[in-house]
Design a protein around this ligand. Structure first.
Ligand code: SF4
Length: 677
């Protein structure tokens, strides 16, 4: 059977896989033994990634709304409808009445063209990908402290490290191949430190598991930094040569008293000290952290970077930071400018010189004001401010945890959906454009360690499905744009000319091995596994002086239990790709057979105290509301906390009050009383 090397398109690890084809269908997927990200391993999703293409539920033809249903139509009619309706909305309400949003699953080429359509053709900077959580937790904090909006290390560094710190991510569930790297490194003698509110499978293997109270990680890292400074376990030469703001940082760190912090975090001070000393004695440390949490305080990323800088763990083999992207192209969609305030390559929209470069290349004038985020757009439901949304692979009705996106879509005059399947958001669409699936198109993705890779076309598209980049090209042309892209490779040629760190990333170059890690430039065509490894000492990093944060107040006896919101393995059960793969759907819904209405995690101690058994009904009572749900009794959460997976919308919406979704207020804790229902 013919085999073609490609990349798994489920999560941000970007594992290398071979697809086997026969009779115009993909018959199987097998891991690449020498791909640097997975070295012969795949997780459950990777083994079955190809099943999505052959799902009988694929959308095969464009559809237009007619009353409460849709009718199939031709591409010509669908495009003509789009031109007319978008044109009318721009004329009546202006370009800023439209928002262009995509999922972090979109390829680099379709992301680039979607933001170009919004900015250069329609005239708005209202572009965003998903909820912007990765931007807050990854891109902005790392850009500000290290000067690079991405991982500094590569995945292989996990196996070369003397210490690995894992913060706020259940690796075995979210990015399983990386979980494997961490466990194998631990078995070889690497010290493993896990910081998390939940005792997950990787935490069970840790040398030091700091099961802290939610929202106290800034305190914890501050105390660790103080221990390193007090014991002289810092890399003075590195700090002198490469870091700014050390004096201010030292003054601030004085406030982080070990016993006070340990008490506030709910961890044993001896354990905290031992974990800090293990970090201090390591000459090569890698820190991995989850970027998917809405409630992560951006200062926790800065505090983690501080710890790495103190030991000089940037720019060296076996050292660095890896912000983990759960979706396959989170890094790429950011690199491509799918953000309201950045053009491709992180050129600030509001900076005239940056804008001029794009205006010259695109031969248009661009809007100068930054756009609105997806969060702001979907939270403005009913205000009349927005009239149309373009959604490329994005299903906010299911995934947007910050609002009732279905209601927002219902209010719009025009909803355009590009997808493979009939999603919940597509139910509100006026026009639906069917997309080609994995294996049916040749495009690129950029994984969590900056690796730009080609996903190969190995079979013909089903029905009349069309690649998103081609659909966007056709729409651009209808509006008079001079777009002549004949392939995704030609789109990449333009990206290379505008995003300097992609300048060496031609399809020819990327196809020669296992992709290239950016910066992949003309001068450095093989790419860059580690950032800053060969920089002159003039490359300076920034330590952040973080004021001692307010210790979360004792919630008091009436509402003593804190809710933790986050992803879980069973978050994947509602992913449209999983839902349309027979085996994955079955595997990911297994737990829901026991808890068909969903569940929250409750500790054994708390369950015993209120007399509830596993699977029993409980009531979560907050000062403003109450909601009933089912308890999954487990040792994974500590007493005094309840873990709410994001898919439990009823709990989220009742108890995580709307005002919390304003940026900057996300880490506000929610306390409840747990009762037997
Ligand atoms: Fe695919 Fe991610 Fe699993 Fe690798 S770890 S096989 S990229 S889902």
């Amino acid at each position: 059977m013919p085999r073609e090397l490609t990349t798994c398109t489920f999560c941000g690890v970007g594992c290398g896989i071979y697809l086997e084809t026969q009779g115009g269908r993909i018959q199987g997927a097998h891991p690449s033994a020498s791909h640097p990200s997975n070295r012969g391993r795949l997780c459950l999703r990777g083994w079955h990634v190809h099943e999505v293409a052959s799902s009988p539920h694929r959308l095969r033809r464009p559809m237009l709304r007619e009353g409460d249903s849709w009718r199939e139509t031709t591409w010509q009619e669908a495009f003509a409808y789009l031109k007319r309706r978008l044109g009318e909305i721009v004329e009546r309400h202006g370009p800023d009445a439209i928002g262009f949003f995509n999922a972090p699953r979109c390829s680099n080429e379709e992301s680039y063209l979607l933001q170009k359509l919004a900015r250069a053709v329609i005239g708005t900077n209202n572009v965003d990908h998903g909820t912007g959580v990765y931007v807050n937790n990854g891109i902005r904090a790392l850009r500000e402290t290290l000067g690079a909006p991405a991982a500094t290390a590569c995945i292989e560094d996990i196996s070369l490290a003397e210490a690995v710190l894992v913060d706020g991510i259940d690796l075995a569930v979210q990015t399983p191949t990386i979980g494997g790297w961490v466990i194998r490194s631990r078995l070889k003698g690497t010290k493993l430190i896990v910081v998390d509110a939940r005792r997950h499978r990787v935490a069970e293997q840790a040398d030091y598991f700091l099961q802290l109270k939610p929202g106290t990680d800034v305190l914890l890292y501050g105390a660790m930094a103080k221990i390193l400074v007090d014991r002289g376990l810092v890399n003075k030469a590195f700090l002198r040569a490469r870091c700014r703001n050390y004096e201010a940082f030292l003054r601030q760190i004085e406030d982080y008293d070990l016993l006070t912090v340990a008490d506030a975090c709910g961890v044993d001070p001896d354990l905290l000290e031992k974990a800090a000393l293990a970090l201090g004695r390591s000459s090569r440390t890698v820190a991995l952290y989850g970027t998917g949490s809405e409630t992560r305080d951006p200062n926790s990323v800065r505090a983690l970077v501080n710890l790495l800088l103190l030991g000089g763990h940037i720019g060296r083999e076996g050292a660095g930071i890896l912000p983990l992207a759960e979706h396959n192209n989170l890094q790429g969609v950011c690199d491509m400018g799918m953000m309201p305030d950045f053009l491709p390559g992180y050129a600030p929209v509001e900076e005239p010189s940056a804008r001029r470069r794009f205006e010259k290349a695109w031969r248009v004038s661009l809007p100068a004001k930054k756009g609105v985020s997806a969060r702001e757009f979907f939270n403005s439901a009913g205000s009349g401010r927005f009239r149309a949304a373009w959604l490329c692979r994005y299903d906010p009705a299911v995934t947007a945890t910050f609002c009732d996106a279905a209601a927002a879509l219902q209010d719009l005059d025009l909803v355009v959906v590009q997808h493979l399947f009939m999603t919940r958001s597509a139910e509100h669409a006026h026009v639906i454009l069917p997309l080609t699936a994995f294996g049916e198109e040749e495009v690129t993705f950029t994984s969590t360690d900056r690796r730009i890779q080609i996903a190969r076309r190995v079979i013909e598209p089903q029905g009349e499905a069309m690649p998103a980049w081609r659909q966007l090209t056709e729409v651009g042309k209808l509006f008079g744009a001079d777009w002549h892209y004949g392939s995704a490779a030609e789109v990449m040629e333009e990206i290379r000319s505008l995003a300097p760190f992609y300048s060496g990333a031609s399809y020819e170059n990327l196809g020669g091995g296992y992709g290239r890690q950016w910066p992949c430039t003309v001068e450095r065509p093989l790419g860059t596994p580690r950032l800053f490894a060969e920089e002159e000492p003039s490359q300076r990093f920034r330590l952040t002086a973080i004021p001692f944060p307010r210790i979360p107040e004792d919630p008091g006896p009436e509402y003593p239990t804190r809710l933790i919101f986050g992803q879980s393995l069973y978050y994947w059960h509602q992913n449209p790709l999983i839902l349309n793969s027979e085996i994955l759907r079955r595997e990911y819904r297994v737990l829901l057979l026991d808890y068909p209405e969903g569940f929250v995690d409750l500790s054994r101690e708390d369950a015993a105290r209120i007399g509830v058994r596993d699977g029993g009904k409980i009531r979560l009572v907050s000062p403003t509301d109450a909601v009933e749900t089912v308890a999954r009794v487990t040792d994974e959460v500590r007493p005094g906390t309840v873990y709410v997976p994001f898919f439990l919308k009823s709990v989220e919406q009742a108890l995580w009050r709307r005002e919390q979704f304003d940026l900057g207020n996300l880490s506000k804790p929610v306390y409840v009383r747990v009762e037997k229902a």
